[in-house]
Design a protein around this ligand. Structure first.
Ligand SMILES: *Cc1c(COP(=O)(O)O)cnc(C)c1O
Length: 359
């Protein structure tokens, strides 16, 4: 398949030069070579997260750092989990699996949570942490993270744990300014890297809590992860080839500019929505409500009689990869992952073919 035709909502297409950067001769995971590499990477990651804090580099998929947020950020207290799709449900399930007490605040798939209602729910003072998925990749819904974070910041006790796996690098996230307590992403979404790494930033409040928590396990204990980072190392052997790809991709991201990258993603969303509107006569509609549509992924409801898997297969015949609907939405929706290094021009070519396939 040629470049620019892979629009899966993760993993996303990786630039051939970035892929090739992995084929670097192996180095040891202790010593100055890796320390120089990690130090350089940290500078770039801080610009992506808009933070002055250390950015944890985990050799795991993003789910690992979701679990890290729970293990380090919640003790005996209760968790309020905002659920509006498959990934936000996963966050709640992880908290339950880690033995935490969880109140699930569920709205139907495709909807979102309002800061005003979060404020009411937190007023009881009952919660130690809130989990939220910023960009719900299963439905294409973007939560008002800034608004929710503002409410959480006004609550003494509750830490806000944010899954921004399909948000970071594709839509506005200001880690320090928004006072996020834990925000994480994975390498294979809007960062357009191969899967296998994930990144997270913790607040002082979360680290203070983590320092006195027992039963955190070993691999996702943030205290040693941060301590190692201070010496530009990781506690265990990292995925060294991926770090070379990351270093190059961060150079490319910073050359574009993080805000320019957000804008490019917004332009791809707008073009997709414009196309869906043009196709409304055929019964197509955006699944997410207006004002809450993610810049990185659009979930499109199909007319009755047009099956999601048929459309995905039809596109595959034309050498395009798009996402099928997620879970219970598999039959009735498709998803276009317009994230990473993709462009509006490439998207236009895709939409031309998609129109023919649907007709
Ligand atoms: C992809 C994704 C995840 C899971 O990431 P893995 O790297 O597969 O663990 C979690 N949350 C969201 C919103 C995602 O898009």
């Amino acid at each position: 398949m040629s470049i620019g035709r892979f629009f899966l909502p993760g993993p996303t297409e990786v630039d051939p030069e970035v892929l090739a950067a992995q084929a670097h001769p192996m180095i040891g995971h202790r010593g100055s070579a890796i320390q120089d590499l990690i130090a350089e990477i940290e500078v770039g990651l801080k610009q992506v997260f808009l933070t002055e804090r250390p950015v944890i580099i985990s050799t795991s998929s993003a789910t690992g750092l979701m679990e890290a947020g729970i293990r380090n950020g919640v003790g005996d207290g209760k968790v309020l989990s905002l659920v509006n799709g498959a990934f936000s449900k996963r966050f709640a399930d992880i908290a339950i699996a880690c033995g935490r007490t969880v109140d699930v605040w569920e709205v139907p798939w495709g909807e979102y949570h309002t800061p005003a209602e979060l404020s009411e729910r937190l007023a009881s003072g009952a919660y130690d942490a809130v989990t939220v998925t910023h960009s719900e990749t299963s439905t294409g819904v973007l939560q008002d993270l800034e608004g929710l974070a503002d409410v959480a910041a006004g609550n003494e006790r509750a830490l806000l744990l944010v899954d921004s796996v399909s948000g970071i690098c594709g839509t506005e996230v200001r880690t320090d300014e928004w006072l996020l307590d834990w925000v994480l992403t994975g390498s294979q979404k809007a960062m357009a890297l191969p899967p296998g790494l994930s990144f997270g930033v913790a607040s002082d409040a979360l680290l203070e809590r983590s320092a006195v928590l027992a039963g955190k396990g070993v691999y996702f204990d943030l205290v040693p992860l941060i301590r190692s980072l201070e010496a530009s190392q990781t506690p265990a052997t990292p995925a060294i080839p991926l770090l070379y790809a990351l270093r190059l991709q961060l150079e490319r991201i910073i050359a574009e500019g993080i805000e320019a990258r957000w804008k490019r993603h917004t332009a791809m969303r707008e073009r997709t929505l414009e196309w869906v509107a043009e196709m409304s006569g055929l019964g197509l509609a955006p699944f997410a409500p207006e004002g809450h549509r993610s810049p990185t992924v659009t979930c499109i409801s199909l007319p009755e009689g047009v099956g999601g898997p048929t459309v995905v297969a039809g596109m595959k015949e034309r050498d395009w990869v798009i996402g099928s609907g997620y879970g219970k939405l598999k039959g009735t929706t498709i998803r276009i992952g317009h994230m990473g290094d993709r462009t509006v021009d490439e998207l236009n070519l895709l939409l031309d073919d998609l129109e023919e396939v649907i007709r």
